[in-house]
Design a protein around this ligand. Structure first.
Ligand code: CMP
Length: 130
């Protein structure tokens, strides 16, 4: 698992000790093509990092983004305490890594590089949606 995490840019600058600490908390999940992972308006307490595959982000019935390998989604509900801002639907078979809210928030508070990356992406996404 540590080799899998090291190959994902999201975790690239994480010290070995931190990687080991989050391994206990990261889960690998698999979804088939054309599967709804969650719907806009759902409560959310998990974020996802795409190891392999492609999803569509659908907001108010329009596709606002297509995300593939190494991108992440589901972070906004965790940092904002708001419901899911969009539906996420798989386009292909997917392999994703998941982190629950508690572990994601801990990762943000202990790793400024990840916090910066996530906040940069959240700002872009919020702007695109407004
Ligand atoms: P969340 O609101 O938890 O659930 C829907 C997810 O879709 C959201 O987190 C982001 O990860 C993602 N998302 C929402 N809007 C956009 C956008 N404009 N571009 C890319 N991803 C988005």
């Amino acid at each position: 698992m540590i080799e899998i995490l090291k190959a994902i840019p999201f975790f690239v600058n994480l010290p070995e000790d931190d990687l080991k600490a989050i391994i206990a908390n990261v889960e690998m999940q698999y979804f088939p093509a054309d599967h709804v992972i969650f719907k806009q308006g759902d409560p959310g307490d998990i974020m996802y990092i795409i190891k392999r595959g492609m999803v569509q982000v659908i907001r108010n019935d329009s596709v606002v983004a297509t995300l593939s390998d190494n991108k992440f989604f589901g972070e906004m509900a965790l940092v904002s305490d708001e419901p899911r801002s969009a539906t996420v639907n798989t386009v292909t078979d997917m392999e994703v890594l998941t982190l629950n809210k508690k572990d994601f928030m801990r990762l943000l508070s202990t790793n400024p590089g990840i916090a910066t990356l996530v906040s940069y992406e959240v700002i872009k996404r919020v702007n695109a949606n407004s």
